[in-house]
Design a protein around this ligand. Structure first.
Ligand code: GCW
Length: 670
C-alpha cells in the first residue's frame, strides 16, 4: 500500500533487517503496566501497536511482569523521578533485571517515555544497556491553531480546519486521537484550538460542550486545551454595554464565564489574547493598558490552574515611525505590572515571521515578565505548502541568539525557559501548519516542521540536523546514505528560500495581503506600514532600512553588545545588513562584491539552488515511498518556477534604482 502521509512519523512498518528485528524482539516480549489510568492505558496501547507493527510479533499486555524477563515495564515512581530531577514530565528508560523500565513522576511522563522508546526502534538505535533520562526545558509546549468556526484556517495551506464544529460534540473524528498521539509523541502538552483573531462563539455554552468533547480526546495524551478569546465577548455574547476590564460587571462576567469553562473542562489551560492589534478590540478601547486587561483575566482565573498568554504583536500605522519598535514602545513600560498568571507572548522577530528576522528586542528586555516565544510553523511568508522550507534552522537561530540581557550567554532560549530572570513558568508556541489534507500539512516537509517544533520545545539544545535525521528515519527511510541526503537538503532549504526571496536582510516585500510571491513595488496599502517600499527603502543611492542612530534607532532597543554586532555596516553579518542599514549600491561588502552584485549573486544562486534540491531529492528516489516521493518532486518543480519569479521580479525592480547591469555570469544573453 502506498504511503499517503497520514501516519506522519508514527509509521511502525515492519523492520526489514531480520537480525535487527530479532534483537529488538528479545527485548520487547511483553508490556507490563500496573494502574488503570487513561494515560497509562494509551501509553501501553501505543507500545503494543508500535511494537507489533515494527517487530511483527504479538506483544501481550500484562498487569504485572511477575518476575518475567525480556519485556517493557511502565512505572510511575515519583520518588525516583524527584531524585533524578526529572520534574513532572521527564522520563527515564533503563535496563533492569533484563527488562526495560520506563519511569516518570506522573503517567504522562511515562507516556513520553513510551514514545521515546518507540523512537529508539523507529530510528534503529540500540535497546541494549539503555539509560536515557530526558526532561523538557520548557513547561508549556503549545500549538496555536488559527482555526475559525466556519472551518477556514487563517494562513492555513493544508486544507480546512481539522476541527469539525458542526459534528461536535456527538461525533468524534478519529483524527483527533491521531492528532493527540502525534503531539504527545513529541512532547506537546497544550493546544490553543482557535484563531487569535477570535470569535466570541467559543465561549458560548453550545461551543463549550464541543470544546469539552475535544478536550476529552486529548486529555489522556497529556494535552490541555486553551482558547483564544475575543476581547469584546462581554458585549457580544454577554449583553453588557462595555468590555472595559475595570468595570465590575465585566470582571464579574469573565469570572463566571471562567468558572463555566472549568466546569466543562476541569483541566482547561487558559486564555490566549490578541488585543488592540490589527483591528481587534482590547482594553485600550477604554483607555486601559494591556496589563489592565491581562490582569483582569488572571483574576477571573482565580484559583483555577490556568494561564493568560497576552500577545505583544502590536503596531501602529505610522509611516514615519518604525514598526520594529512598536511592541517595545507599548510593552516595556508594562514590565513588572503583570499578575503572576500572565505570560507575554512574543513573536520570534519584531516585524512578522519573515524568512529571516533579528530576534525580537523584547527578549531579555522584560526581566519581570515571563515571555513565551511564538514561532510560525504555517508558512505564511515562506512559500505556503509549495516551497520546501525546513524551519528548525530558523527556530534555532532565534533560540541561540544572545540577548546579553544578563551578560554573555543570555540566549533567547534561556530567557524563555526562565533561567535568565528566574521565572518559574515558561512557554513556547508554534502557530500550527495542520489542516484537513490527508497528510496533515500539505507539503511533506511541513510535517518535519511540526515535528521539529515539538522536539525543540522539549529540548532546544538539539541540533536542527539531528532532528532532520531523526524525522527522516521515522518518516521516509532508514537507509543511512539516503538519510544523510534528505537531512542535508532539508538543512539548506531555509537559507535557499531566503536567498531567492529576501537576501541580505530584505523583508516584507511579498505579495499584498496573500503574502505569497514577490511585490517589492507595492507603494500603497490599507496601512502605510504594510507597503514594501516602507521596508526596503530603495532609492538612487542604495537599499535598506536605516535603524541606526542616523535612522529610526531601533538598534538602541538591544544591549550594547548586540548594537555593536549589528550597528556597523562594514562588520555586520551580510544576512542582517539591510535590516539595519541603508547601503549604497556600489558599497563593497565583506563578501568582496558590491551591494548590487551581491544582491544579484544571491537571487541567482538561490534560485539555482532549487535545482540542487531537486537533484538531491531525485537521488533518494529508490529509498522513498513512490507516492510521497512524487509529491515532493512535483512541488520542487513549482518551487523552482516560483523562485525564478522572485528572482526576476526583485532583481529587475531593484535595478530600476541601482541602474547597474546584472553582473556576469548571471546577465541574460543580449
Ligand atoms: O502575520 C500576521 C498575519 C495575520 C495574523 C497576525 C497575527 C492571526 O498576516 O493573519 O493574524 O499576523 O499574528 O496576529
Amino acid at each position: 500500500r502506498a504511503d499517503d502521509g497520514y501516519r506522519l512519523w508514527l509509521k511502525y512498518n515492519l523492520i526489514a533487517d531480520a537480525a535487527q528485528r530479532k534483537d529488538y524482539q528479545k527485548a520487547a516480549q511483553f508490556v507490563a503496566v500496573s494502574g488503570q489510568s487513561a494515560t497509562l492505558k494509551v501509553a501501553a496501547e501505543e507500545l503494543q501497536t508500535g511494537l507489533q507493527g515494527l517487530l511483527g510479533q504479538s506483544v501481550p499486555m500484562l498487569s504485572d511482569a511477575k518476575g518475567k524477563k525480556g519485556g517493557i515495564i511502565l512505572q510511575v515512581d515519583a520518588a525516583a523521578a524527584d531524585k533524578a530531577g526529572l520534574g513532572p514530565d521527564g522520563y527515564r528508560i533503563y535496563s533492569d533485571k533484563q527488562n526495560l523500565i520506563i519511569s516518570g513522576r506522573r503517567d504522562v511522563a511515562v507516556l513520553y517515555g513510551a514514545f521515546a522508546l518507540l523512537r529508539q526502534l523507529t530510528t534503529r538505535r540500540t535497546l541494549n544497556n539503555l539509560n536515557i533520562s530526558s526532561a523538557p526545558k520548557i513547561q508549556h509546549r503549545l500549538l496555536n491553531h488559527w482555526d475559525n468556526p466556519n472551518g477556514t484556517v487563517e494562513r492555513g495551506y493544508a486544507g480546512s480546519s481539522i476541527w469539525k464544529w458542526y459534528e461536535l460534540p456527538e461525533t468524534i473524528d478519529p483524527r483527533y486521537r491521531d492528532y493527540a498521539r502525534a503531539n504527545a509523541s513529541i512532547g506537546i502538552n497544550g493546544t490553543v484550538i482557535n484563531n487569535v483573531n477570535a470569535s466570541a462563539r467559543y465561549l458560548t455554552a453550545e461551543y463549550l460542550q464541543k470544546v469539552a468533547a475535544l478536550a476529552g480526546v486529548l486529555r489522556p495524551y497529556g494535552i490541555r486545551v486553551y482558547l483564544s478569546v475575543f476581547w469584546a465577548a462581554p458585549k457580544v455574547i454577554g449583553g453588557l454595554p462595555t468590555s472595559d476590564p475595570l468595570d465590575p460587571r465585566v470582571k464579574q462576567w469573565w469570572t463566571s464565564k471562567t468558572d463555566e469553562v472549568y466546569k466543562a473542562i476541569p483541566d482547561f489551560g487558559g486564555f490566549l489574547v490578541k488585543a488592540n492589534s490589527e483591528g481587534e478590540p482590547g482594553p485600550q478601547d477604554y483607555g486601559r493598558t494591556h496589563a489592565d486587561g491581562a490582569n483582569m483575566l488572571a483574576a477571573a482565573l482565580g484559583n483555577h490552574d490556568g494561564l493568560v498568554m497576552w500577545r505583544a504583536f502590536v503596531y501602529k500605522a505610522d509611516p514615519k515611525g518604525d514598526r520594529f519598535k512598536a511592541a517595545s514602545e507599548e510593552f516595556l513600560p508594562l514590565d513588572g505590572k503583570f499578575a503572576p498568571k500572565v505570560l507575554v507572548q512574543v513573536k520570534n522577530g519584531p516585524i512578522d515571521f519573515q524568512a529571516r528576522e533579528p530576534f525580537h528586542p523584547l527578549f531579555g528586555a522584560m526581566p519581570r515578565t515571563p515571555l513565551v516565544l511564538e514561532v510560525q510553523l504555517t508558512q505564511e511568508y515562506l512559500g505556503f505548502a509549495t516551497h520546501a522550507v525546513y524551519l528548525a534552522p530558523l527556530i534555532k537561530e532565534v533560540l541561540d541568539a544572545d540577548t546579553y540581557a544578563k551578560g554573555q550567554g543570555s540566549t533567547v532560549a534561556r530567557v524563555i525557559d526562565g533561567s535568565v530572570d528566574k521565572h518559574s513558568v515558561s512557554g513556547m508556541a508554534g502557530v500550527a501548519n495542520i489542516g484537513s489534507d490527508r497528510n496533515w500539512t500539505g507539503h511533506l516537509i511541513g510535517q518535519a516542521n511540526w515535528y521539529a517544533y515539538g522536539r525543540l520545545a522539549w529540548d532546544y539544545a538539539l541540533t536542527s540536523k539531528a532532528i532532520a535525521e531523526e524525522w527522516t528515519r521515522q518518516t521516509l527511510t532508514t537507509e543511512p546514505q539516503a538519510v544523510q541526503t534528505v537531512a542535508g537538503l532539508m538543512q539548506q532549504t531555509r537559507s535557499i528560500y531566503v536567498r531567492y526571496t529576501t537576501p541580505l536582510g530584505l523583508h516584507h516585500i511579498m505579495g499584498e495581503s496573500i503574502h505569497y510571491g514577490p511585490q517589492p513595488w507595492l507603494e500603497r496599502s490599507a496601512r502605510p506600514d504594510w507597503t514594501s517600499i516602507y521596508y526596503h527603502r530603495a532609492d538612487s543611492v542604495g537599499l535598506g532600512f536605516d535603524r541606526t542612530a542616523r535612522g529610526s534607532n531601533a538598534l538602541a532597543l538591544y544591549k550594547p553588545e548586540v548594537q555593536k554586532m549589528w550597528g556597523n555596516a562594514q562588520t555586520i553579518a551580510p544576512d542582517y545588513l539591510l535590516w539595519f542599514h541603508h547601503v549604497p549600491w556600489q558599497q563593497r561588502l565583506s563578501t568582496g562584491r558590491t551591494l548590487w552584485d551581491e544582491l544579484c549573486q544571491r537571487y541567482y544562486t538561490g534560485a539555482d539552488s532549487v535545482l540542487w534540491l531537486q537533484r538531491q531529492w531525485a537521488a533518494v528516489q529508490p529509498q522513498v515511498d513512490p507516492v510521497l516521493h512524487a509529491d515532493v518532486a512535483a512541488r520542487l518543480l513549482t518551487q523552482h518556477k516560483e523562485a525564478l519569479w522572485w528572482r526576476d521580479a526583485c532583481v529587475l525592480y531593484f535595478q530600476t534604482y541601482s541602474r547597474r547591469p546584472i553582473p556576469a555570469p548571471f546577465a541574460p544573453p543580449q
